[in-house]
Structures are given as C-alpha cells and as structure tokens.
Ligand binder design. Sequence first.
Ligand code: ADP
Ligand code: MG
Length: 284
Amino acid sequence: MAVTTSGRDGQDRLTARPGCSQNPVDGRRRGPRHPAYGPEVPLRRPPPVAGRYVLLEEIGRGATGTVHRARDLRTRRYVAAKVLRGADPSTLAAFVREQAHRIEHPHVLAPLGWAAEDDVALIAMELVRGGSVRDLVTRRGGLSEGLVALLLGQLLDALVAVHARGLVHGDVKPANLLVRDGARPHLLLADFGVAARSGRPAPVAGTPSYLPPERLAGALPDPSQDVYAAGLVARRLLAGTSPLTTLCDSMTRPEPARRPSALSALRRLRELPVAGWHGASDRR
Ligand SMILES: Nc1ncnc2c1ncn2[C@@H]1O[C@H](COP(=O)(O)OP(=O)(O)O)[C@@H](O)[C@H]1O
Ligand SMILES: [Mg+2]
C-alpha cells in the first residue's frame, strides 16, 4: 500500500529450519525438539482469525503488513491473507477501502473476503502461486520483449477496467503485479491499498519512483498516472531495446495530456511487431 519507504515486498520468505516450528502470528521460533527436553509439550496453535482463517507461513511483505498462506476453514481452501496488526485508524480505514474495491476482471485480483478480531484484520485473496513480477525479474533478470509485451497487454487490460470504474490504482509497480503459474503467465493487478477516485482529492501516496512528476507535485489522482507507471514498469523489465520502447516513451511523457489512455496504449501495443506476442484473445 502507501509506500514511502524502501519496501521489501515479496522478499521476506521464511525458510523453516528442520526441527523448528514457527508461530505465524508472533513470528517467534520455537526451539528444536530434542530427546533431552523430554516428551514434547503440545504446541499451542494460534486460534483461527475470526474462527475461520488459520494463518500459515509468511509469503510476502509490503508497506502495510505481511501476507500469509492461510487455510480458510469454511471453504477448506488455501488462500492468501494480507494481515494488519495493531493499525492506527487511518491505516485501518485504507485497509477497509482496499477490500471494498472488487473489480471483476480476469487480470484484477479481487478480495475474497475479510475478517477482523481484536487488533488483527485480514483480507483474504486467491493464493497466487507464481509470486510477483518483481520475484520474476529477481529470478530471471531482464525479460524478453515477447514476455514484456504479454504482461504489459494484460496490465493495460486490467487498467482499462479499473479506469472505467472511475478509479486510479495509484501504485502500479512490479511487486504489485502477481503472476499465476500456467502454460502462459497470467498477470493479476493487486494491492488496491492506495486506490483513489479519479479527480477527487487524495493524499499523495504510492511509490515515489513510479509516480509521475505532476502527482509528486500534488496533482489530483488521474488514470494517466497509472499509464505512466505501467510504461515505466515495462521499460524497466525489458532486457534490451525493442519496438516496445517507443510505446513506453509515450506512456511516460512528463505531460499527462500527451500520454495515451490505457485503451489506446493497448491498441498500439497490439499493432507492434513483437516476437512471441500474439495479443489477448479478447481483442477490443
Ligand atoms: N494473493 C497473493 N498471493 C501470493 N502472494 C501475494 C498475494 N498478495 C500479496 N502477495 C505477496 O505479498 C507482497 C505484498 O503484498 P501487497 O498486497 O502488495 O501488500 P502491501 O499493501 O503491504 O504492499 C506482494 O509483493 C507479493 O509478493
Ligand atoms: Mg504492495
């Protein structure tokens, strides 16, 4: 969500040590089992949040809180749970707003539900097993132009839907783009923690290195700001020069009025001669 620090989104995966167990709620490690300790004292598992979500290991971390794999006892499925603890009222209000943005679109990650108990609040979401685009780049380095075009096309498709709802995502960056594993990567736009109504006053939030100059100077939220961030993401993902670079340049123009809309950027992307890019099936 609001990131003005150097967030370590997606970097803090815990690796369990053999013989140790970890309490996912307080994060403390319990000691190794050893015969000298006598019979093992049964561990007290933290109770499910709101009687429903059993928190398991941490799978990601952002500015707001931690994301855990969790077991939903009602549906008997594994989900991802974004967990907030002991938040101040404004953070909690942003959290409540985040779970309210439910955009049904194949490339938007919508919350499945939420729960709160004492000072713990969580948003449950689909567990996206491929990690984030940031993880992808960490693993592979620069991406081929075909893969960047595929991901950019899916991101622009998601942004068209977000903007049509009068919303500005406000924090488009690799750590907020999740990738579902499969025959071909499927991008999901996540983290609506700082999403705002287009044209309505909202505090300047997001990640400074992905915000356009006018937003940093205090301009109202506008869809062109997401287009700017998407162009920057695509340019940073590319391993070398490509026909895509020209499109990225137009998306990241300093003057917002000269940037294409998400829809016209998507149309231009589909005209480009990029190897391995076959466009989305749902052509507009
Ligand atoms: N649904 C999910 N499935 C798998 N991993 C996720 C999911 N949601 C978030 N993550 C991981 O957790 C990180 C932080 O999540 P995010 O929603 O961006 O939190 P914040 O609002 O704190 O930035 C992401 O970069 C990603 O690595
Ligand atoms: Mg985030």
